[in-house]
Design a protein around this ligand. Structure first.
Ligand code: GLP
Length: 241
């Protein structure tokens, strides 16, 4: 069953999520961390950067795999998830850049890139702690609502709702790439522990389906009901209060 921590505000969600990551690093300094992008985890990354700067935690032995990257996109593009991770976390902590991984947004052969990404995760021993956000439409990573969901890392088409939701990061909706490389459900569900962060009323619908114990491919986040170590850290608005 999904465990739930309800927080008073975004700052508390961010701090408590950072505490979970920090505890994981204290337990196992060479943890394999699965990271997410989007607005929701920005506060958590700021807290982790501060913890690292002030010497409470170190990422020097850790390794990271991000959930997804737009396709096609150059890593240097202002809206790439590589750029987001560099700006929000990697450049602010003591991690070895060689230990940070995102799917290649310029892969010539996306299918081969998906296989390669999964093989790297497997070679690292799988993910110890996966951080997840949720799309307004219930997506996790870029596993969009569909009849069929996919196990391995793959290239996928983005739904109109996701393109519209993410257009706020781009100059216009037309600039949002129409596809993305995303971890499939296999590597996500292979994680030993998952924390799902949700803030704001736009997330209340997917969260309500999750907490109702539903299993729906039209709300991929609900499949987290099948994992035995999921912690939802949410504010009251995302809880529908
Ligand atoms: C993005 C990402 C997801 C993220 C979600 C929510 O498109 N691919 O990994 O969890 O949408 O984003 P936000 O936190 O900005 O609401």
């Amino acid at each position: 069953m999904v465990k739930v921590w309800v927080c008073e505000n975004y700052a508390e969600v961010s701090r408590r999520a950072a505490d979970v990551v920090a505890a994981q690093l204290s337990r196992k300094s060479d943890s394999v961390l699965g990271f997410a992008t989007g607005s929701t985890p920005e506060g958590m990354y700021a807290e982790l950067a501060r913890d690292c700067r002030e010497g409470r935690i170190s990422f020097s032995h850790a390794c990271t795999f991000n959930l997804d990257e737009y396709y096609p996109i150059s890593p240097e593009a202002p809206c790439s998830y590589r750029r987001y991770m560099e700006e929000n976390l990697f450049s602010l902590i003591d991690i070895d850049p060689a230990n940070t991984h995102l799917p290649d947004g310029l892969a010539e052969d996306p299918a081969a890139e998906g296989k390669h990404y999964d093989a790297m995760i497997e070679a690292a021993g799988g993910i110890d702690l996966q951080v997840l956000g949720v799309g307004q439409n219930g997506h996790i990573g870029f596993n969009e609502p569909d009849d069929v969901l996919i196990l391995g890392t793959h290239c996928t088409k983005l739904t109109h709702s996701t393109i519209a939701a993410n257009s706020r990061f781009f100059a216009s909706e037309d600039e949002v790439p129409k596809q993305a490389m995303t971890m499939g459900l296999g590597p996500i569900f292979g994680a030993e522990q998952i924390i799902l962060l949700a803030t704001g009323a736009e997330k209340a619908e997917p969260i309500s389906h999750l907490l109702a114990g539903e299993l729906r491919t039209d709300f991929p986040v609900t499949l987290l009901n099948l994992h035995n170590n999921v912690l939802l850290i949410a504010d009251r608005a995302a809880m529908g209060e």
